[in-house]
Write a protein that binds this ligand. Structure first.
Ligand SMILES: Cc1cc2nc3c(=O)[nH]c(=O)nc-3n(C[C@H](O)[C@H](O)[C@H](O)COP(=O)(O)OP(=O)(O)OC[C@H]3O[C@@H](n4cnc5c(N)ncnc54)[C@H](O)[C@@H]3O)c2cc1C
Length: 433
């Protein structure tokens, strides 16, 4: 019987160092990011990255033979909780999306040559990547509908399709593109993944889509979401990642850990918003008392604490299951945390923003940006509804409709059965009367 919620003291020391480092060195960069520009930002974080590498915390999501730490999902989760507190911290630790997930794909499915050409420079921070799956014309929540095609063309492949929301697509050196290679196969065996260098003729990056997160059009920026047309894009046969038709299998392996990391990063954001909520509750005075003494605000604090605690335990449990039983055993737990965690993030940020009134709505605080980011969490990596559906379907597999249509807990039916079973006792009790 081993239910152990403690963290090894040695790893806890690493976490404590990370928490202090991110707060002291990374948080200040947030307020001058626009002034620094991409180049200035890269220069500012270069010495921080060196420090992270010296501490052995760089690209920790990968196994040791690929330059990572082989931490496993529980430790990575605890680390991401800290890195999530700032949108820039993952860049400093070499595990920012989508590069970290793409590195995992290359580590998982890449040939030694593909690893040398793409993974090694990606890990060294010399290249940027994007993951190009979602299309404007088909439902991203059901990727078996993908329309982008890759057909064999001489010794290689020709890719044609229209993608959007390829994060970092406008600054990427290469894109991992999901395309249908085998339309007549079963739905989850139709697609394959390809590594496509961004300068391949026929790759046309149309724009970075203006979003809630970045409402003004701004092309060629890290964090942008690109719309890309692939028109007669010819790539050699060794651009195929893994075996033909394995696109979904690879995506599934990448998405499991990625969702755990997202959920833990959301807890880092939630914690920061929660701290602001509590600070504001104590400092703002209205209608005869501080906000801290209003029951509604007390409810916000208590509900937020309970939700964060629940999401944290659920996420770490999913991570533990992945470490101990494997990705497939953790699928239901991961679907649960994906929609539950996104809801907790939204609720906590929303309450903190509300408690600050107009100040919370303004850009004088990071809450409005957190709120805009939080909204996307309910959509990317699968919308809430799809995860709920998947959880419900799995749960329902453990149930069957009663043969006679009568609910198995129906009291009159149970009473009749109990009367029959206890007839002797009941008769004795009645005759004693
Ligand atoms: C910030 C951000 C970053 C992203 N980054 C990337 C990226 O790097 N690469 C990439 O390829 N994609 C990326 N995406 C795209 C993302 O993966 C898709 O938006 C997502 O999969 C949903 O697909 P869709 O937008 O086509 O919505 P649709 O599939 O059209 O779904 C629309 C809505 O329909 C509803 N719905 C769908 N299915 C069901 C159901 N079964 N039951 C009930 N309701 C349902 C849901 O409410 C859903 O939100 C990103 C998206 C965002 C917002």
């Amino acid at each position: 019987m081993a239910w152990d919620f403690s963290t090894e003291p040695e790893f806890q020391r690493k976490l404590d160092w990370m928490a202090d480092f991110v707060r002291a060195e990374v948080w200040p960069l947030e307020t001058v990011f626009d002034e620094l520009g991409q180049d200035g930002f890269e220069r500012a974080i270069a010495p921080l990255r060196d420090e992270v590498k010296q501490r052995g915390l760089w690209a920790a999501h990968l196994p040791p033979e690929l330059g990572g730490q082989g931490f496993g999902q529980v430790k990575l989760g605890l680390m991401h909780e800290i890195l999530g507190s700032s949108p820039y911290a993952p860049f400093v630790f070499g595990n920012n999306a989508p590069d970290s997930g793409n590195a995992e794909i290359l580590a998982l499915a890449g040939t030694p040559e593909q690893k040398r050409e793409w993974l090694e420079p990606l890990l060294a921070g010399e290249l940027r990547s994007a993951f190009s799956m979602t299309e404007p014309g088909t439902a991203g929540s059901d990727p078996t509908l993908l329309a982008t095609r890759a057909v064999q063309d001489g010794d290689g492949w020709r890719i044609d399709g229209h993608k959007w929301f390829s994060s970092n697509g406008s600054v990427a050196d290469f894109l991992i593109v999901m395309a249908v290679t085998d339309p007549d196969e079963r739905p989850h065996g139709r697609a394959s993944m390809f590594v496509v260098p961004a300068d391949t003729p026929g790759v046309r990056v149309l724009r970075d889509i203006a979003t809630m997160e970045q409402p003004t059009e701004h092309f060629g920026r890290v964090g942008g979401h690109a719309e890309i047309v692939y028109e007669g894009v010819r790539v050699p046969k060794d651009s195929l990642l893994g075996v033909r038709g394995a696109g979904f299998a690879i995506a599934q392996q990448r998405l499991g850990p990625g969702r755990i990391h997202h959920c833990m990063r959301w807890l880092g954001v939630s914690r920061r918003a929660f701290d602001m909520l509590c600070e504001r509750a104590l400092s703002r005075y209205a209608h005869g008392s501080p906000l801290a003494e209003k029951q509604t605000v007390q409810n916000w604090i208590a509900d937020s604490a309970a939700q964060m605690q629940a999401a944290r335990l659920m996420t770490l449990h999913a991570a533990w299951k992945m470490d101990t039983e494997g990705a497939s055993a953790a699928r239901q737990d991961i679907a649960l945390i994906k929609f539950f965690g996104a809801g907790v993030l939204h609720d906590v940020v929303d309450r903190a923003l509300q408690a600050h009134g107009a100040l919370g709505y303004s850009t004088d605080l990071p809450l409005e940006a957190m709120y805009r980011h939080a909204r996307a969490a309910r959509i990317y990596d699968g919308p809430d509804e799809v995860h709920r559906q998947s959880v419900a379907r799995r749960i329902l597999r453990g149930y069957a409709a009663p043969a006679d249509g009568v609910p198995s807990e129906h009291v009159p039916a149970r009473r009749a059965a109990a009367r029959e079973r206890f007839a002797g006792l009941l008769e004795a009790v009645t005759s004693n009367d």
